[in-house]
Design a protein around this ligand. Structure first.
Ligand SMILES: *Cc1c(COP(=O)(O)O)cnc(C)c1O
Length: 461
């Protein structure tokens, strides 16, 4: 039998992918390929290119979960073909989401009876949750103003200049002004006194952050609440952006009052995919009560005789994340979450102490807050934080460096987020690697010297 050239070359069920023509041309980038490819070669090519991405477990820039138990992975992969929006077809999945909403609302001390259902929604992340929360505040404010015969064209939100970018998106997409409280040197969260001074009749809410993205610090929601109660001519309410802190404070800082225990806190968002311990793609928004979510924003779907209210920006989405969240709640319970968060905090402390011992860094994160360490070089005249970050990549660590927002932009920090899958052994190795990096940098000419050497060479040429 004579095999034609093409069949012998393309039959990769006989030949290895690496003996086939599929490794001799690069993958298309612009146009859909004309022909199909065998699945083995497609897998190999895509898998191999993906090897060049960083290792998510070593990505210490991110708050987002990078490890879950194999049993949960299985539940999640098994449900990848379930569209969450088909609530009539998948009533159990819908029920899981509702149970999660109840559990989170109770965790945040919503004023609910033991078996009363809470008001809240599962979202793609805190960003979508914040859009929905913002829309509810805006509509409530508009309804009130219209009833009083007052203009509704200039709504604003008072917040710190340290807000996460999703608030800026909300402001631009939904035409609400952000009145930002300026940061100052050494104080990187919203000042409650200045915030309350900025509140006016057009303020739809004050947005406080439990766990600032920049340095993990908790804003003083209680003080904001108390100052607002004193001032409150306009019944201004508070939203708490607890994207990362919402699954930390209830477990290890139960004495901090930041949630629905404070009367002016009307809604709270939290990212299920951060310290909620689920892979990327889930967040939650919880409202204090029905009165805080204007009914005209809710679309009602009837399924199996029950009323299923929906309030989301998108329609279709996967179900896996909801199932993963329910798994984590059942699996860990309060005790498990508490142990995990204490481990994160302890490992963050070891990291912080290790960095302090080098004598080279200022720590700008707080001991109470999100378990992360944000730090800057005491002396960055020869080498700066960006070089430390770059050099750490050689040791496989991904540690970002960034400048603080306006009014503190001369401060550059490195930030290491401690997640549940970051062990003591890794923390200690990281400290050792940072020490090595400092030594290596010491032996290199500074950026400034490099530049002057280069210009000298150029002149000589
Ligand atoms: C991460 C974060 C967000 C955005 O959350 P996603 O879940 O990634 O959409 C908003 N606010 C704060 C404070 C955050 O840390």
């Amino acid at each position: 039998m004579v095999l034609s050239k093409t069949s012998s070359e393309s039959d990769i069920s006989v030949h290895s992918t690496f003996a086939s023509r599929y490794v001799r041309s690069s993958l298309p980038r612009f146009k859909l390929p004309e022909n199909s490819s065998p699945k083995e070669a497609t897998y190999q090519n895509i898998n191999d290119e993906l090897m060049l991405d960083g290792n998510p477990r070593l990505n210490l820039a991110s708050f987002v979960t990078t490890w879950m138990e194999p049993e949960c992975d299985k539940l999640m992969t098994d449900s990848m073909n379930k569209n969450y929006v088909d609530m009539e077809e998948y009533p159990v999945t819908t029920d899981f989401q509702n149970r999660c909403v109840n559990m989170i609302a109770h965790l945040f001390n919503a004023p609910l009876g033991e078996t009363e259902t809470a008001v809240g929604v599962g979202t793609v992340g805190s960003s979508e949750a914040i859009m929905l929360a913002g829309l509810a505040f805006k509509r409530k404010w508009q309804n009130k103003r219209r009833a009083e015969g007052k203009p509704v064209d200039k709504p604003n939100i008072v917040t710190g200049a340290n807000v996460q970018v999703c608030w800026k998106k909300f402001a631009r997409y939904f035409e609400v002004q952000l009145k930002e409280v300026k940061l100052t040197d050494g104080y990187y969260v919203m000042d409650p006194v200045k915030a309350v001074e900025m509140v006016d009749e057009n303020t739809i809410c004050v947005a406080a952050i439990l766990g600032s993205t920049l340095n993990g610090e908790f804003e003083d929601v209680k003080l904001i609440n108390d100052l607002l109660v004193e001032k409150n001519k306009w019944d201004t309410a508070i939203h708490v952006d607890a994207a990362s802190g919402g699954f930390i404070a209830p477990f290890i800082y139960p004495e901090i009052e930041w949630d629905f225990r404070l009367p002016l806190v009307k809604s709270i968002n939290v990212s299920g995919h951060k310290y909620g311990l689920v892979y990327a793609g889930i967040g939650w928004n919880i409202w204090r009560s029905k009165e805080d979510l204007p009914d005209e924003l809710i679309f009602h779907i009837n399924y199996l005789g029950a009323d299923q209210p929906t309030f989301t920006l998108n329609f279709s989405k996967g179900s896996s994340q909801v199932i993963g969240q329910y798994y984590q709640f059942i699996r860990h319970g309060f005790e498990g979450y508490r142990n995990i968060m204490m481990n994160c905090r302890d490992n963050a402390m070891v990291l912080k102490e290790g960095l302090e011992m080098t004598g080279k860094f200022n720590i700008v994160s707080k001991d109470i807050g999100v378990p992360l360490v944000a730090f800057s070089l005491k002396d960055n005249s020869r080498h700066d934080e960006f070089e430390v970050s770059e050099m750490l990549r050689r040791f496989n660590w991904i540690v970002p460096a960034y400048t603080m927002p306006k009014d503190a932009e001369h401060v550059t920090v490195l930030r290491i987020v401690v997640r549940d899958d970051f062990t003591r052994t890794l923390a200690e190795r990281l400290v050792d690697d940072i020490k090595t990096v400092l030594k290596l940098l010491d032996n290199l000419p500074s950026k400034f010297q490099e530049l002057s050497l280069e210009s000298k060479r150029n002149r000589e040429e």
